[in-house]
Design a protein around this ligand. Structure first.
Ligand SMILES: Cc1cc2nc3c(=O)[nH]c(=O)nc-3n(C[C@H](O)[C@H](O)[C@H](O)COP(=O)(O)OP(=O)(O)OC[C@H]3O[C@@H](n4cnc5c(N)ncnc54)[C@H](O)[C@@H]3O)c2cc1C
Length: 504
């Protein structure tokens, strides 16, 4: 939006939109490089929840920059001359993410090492993808970053949604229009050097998800504040978008009477994290019988899912029946799983440390709410969840045979995860495509500059975090998003502070 007579009410060298992980890292970095920084956050302070805060706090820190670059280039390559992400940007990613542990430690963070390795173990360089976690998971990371912001005296305007980018007649971004107060009056904030956008994804905008993601519905288990506001702001500026149909997701539970989805632990063995092709791995923990079934009551996967890739398997569309047969699908499980602890993750998401929902330890409250469905027989369960009873009975019968034989000829599920169904009753949980966050947003370069549709930088505009993340269809490994929040938060700030200041 071209500004001729802006009435600036606030100003700073660097104005950062969105106070999540990437915004905090950018703010700390810009401040430490001598810039005056202002953070602008949509949510009120007392109800401020970010994806960073709700996360598990795991992050990538490659142990070999060149190996990590080879891995990223391989997973981003589509065909000769066509890649999801350009080499320079991947190089910046590899170089900066490899400094993540050192940077967090310098901020006072306590790091928990490993497990190492990329998610795609057949791809060259996968072993270079070092991984780590932060003490206290996402909540710990949030506290670490916000305490560093506070210690530096960096100003934060809460309850102040950013709405429009403001430009001068040369197309330079010179500020931002925000909404303030109960009446949501417009207020203009001047950015003397640059604006850095770290506004998260479009996880809670149904229209954007319908138009950009591969399957609808797709549900998410992070902050409801991430509604694609920044995407609309940069589209208004002629920015190019990338990775809009990419989603490092899987299956989530979502109920009509609660706004946020839940990550689901199919089994307390965490068996769905292991590689079914790698028989040297062993699932550990409590055993329970469980299968995933589609709308026809049939299995469609090994259940040892690839955590950040399964999403694409769910987008299968039946052009004759005009349905997505895997949307929704169901987790069918037995009493042993019911007794083994909460069905959702308690390490992240709404039932995690932020406790936006208190999930009962024995799952009984959720059974009473109707979120979990119970059947005294397989037939009764099938009737209740609306799948063909004969198919579900046959699925359970065959699965129990595979368990006895220690071999799953249909989907090659890992033998150490083949636990038969125990005695009735049986249970079902309805699942949808979904996960932590979207990846798409403005295309950026290796300097974190937002690019326009001609490939040129939008002057004085930077982006970081999941708001146009560098990841394409394949996600490198758990920890990728927080890794890039830290890396590109720093890159954006380092380049933004070098911009020439506007005239007074
Ligand atoms: C449950 C869960 C677990 C996860 N676990 C991991 C993990 O272990 N490792 C990993 O790498 N990734 C994980 N992720 C993903 C990762 O946490 C996020 O992708 C990452 O933290 C995003 O950081 P961000 O700063 O880009 O966005 P956020 O942290 O979501 O911050 C965005 C901020 O922008 C604000 N905002 C939005 N619109 C406006 C507006 N108009 N004006 C001003 N402010 C606005 C929001 O209110 C929010 O404060 C997880 C995500 C979830 C939800």
């Amino acid at each position: 939006m071209l500004v001729r007579d802006a009435r600036w009410k606030e100003s700073a060298d660097i104005v950062i939109l969105g106070y999540g992980g990437a915004g905090a890292v950018a703010a700390i970095t810009a401040h430490d490089l001598g810039a005056e920084v202002l953070l602008v956050e949509k949510q009120a302070q007392d109800s401020h929840y970010t994806n960073t805060q709700m996360s598990a706090g795991n992050f990538i820190c490659p142990n070999d920059v060149n190996g990590a670059l080879r891995y990223m280039e391989a997973i981003c390559r589509v065909e000769e001359g066509l890649t999801w992400t350009d080499r320079d940007t991947l190089h910046a990613w590899a170089e900066y993410t490899s400094q993540n542990i050192a940077w967090l430690e310098a901020m006072g963070g306590h790091i928990k090492p490993g497990p190492n390795g990329g998610e795609h173990r057949k791809v060259e360089g996968w072993e270079s993808i070092g991984r780590a976690g932060i003490a206290g998971s996402g909540l710990g990371l949030h506290r670490l970053l916000t305490s560093n912001v506070a210690r530096r005296g960096i100003r934060v305007l809460f309850d102040t949604p950013a709405q429009k980018l403001l430009t001068d007649s040369d197309g330079r971004v010179v500020g931002v229009r925000v909404a303030v107060g109960e009446g949501r009056e417009a207020m203009d904030i001047k950015a003397n050097r640059a604006v850095i956008m770290t506004l998260g994804g479009f996880e809670f905008d149904e229209s954007m998800k319908l138009n950009y993601l591969r399957v609808f519905p797709t549900y998410f288990y992070g902050t409801t504040a991430n509604t694609g506001d920044g995407h609309r702001m940069v589209m208004d500026m002629g920015a190019d978008l990338w990775h809009m149909n990419c989603c490092s997701a899987r299956l989530v539970a979502k109920f009509p009477d609660f706004p946020i989805a839940f990550s689901v632990e199919f089994s307390t063995k965490f068996a769905h994290h292991i590689d079914p092709a790698d028989k040297s791995q062993v699932a550990t923990g409590k055993s329970a019988g469980y299968v995933l079934v589609d709308r026809d009551g049939r299995r469609f996967t090994s259940e040892n899912i690839k955590f950040h890739t399964l999403y694409y398997e769910l987008a299968l569309f039946d052009s004759h029946r005009l349905i997505y047969p895997r949307v929704p699908c169901h987790l069918i499980f037995d009493q042993a799983r019911m007794d083994a602890g909460p069905i959702p993750s308690t390490k992240a998401g709404p039932a995690g440390p932020v406790q936006l929902y208190h999930w009962s330890k024995d799952n009984q409250a959720e059974l009473e709410r109707g979120w979990i469905v119970k059947g005294d027989t397989v037939d009764e369960l099938a009737d209740k969840i609306g799948v063909p009873a004969a198919n579900l009975a046959e699925t359970v019968r065959r699965y129990n045979i595979y368990c006895r034989e220690g071999h799953d000829p249909e989907f090659n599920r890992h033998p150490s995860d083949l636990t038969p169904f125990s005695q009735p009753p049986f249970y079902a949980l309805r699942l949808y495509p979904g996960g932590p966050n979207t990846q798409g947003g403005p295309r950026r370069n290796h300097r974190a500059q937002v690019l326009n549709v001609d490939g040129d930088p939008v002057r004085r505009l930077y982006a970081a975090g999941e708001f146009g993340s560098v990841y394409g269809m394949l996600y490198p490994a758990g920890g990728g998003n927080i890794a890039e929040c830290i890396a590109f938060g720093r890159i954006a700030a380092e380049n933004a502070v070098r911009e020439e200041p506007m005239g007074a």
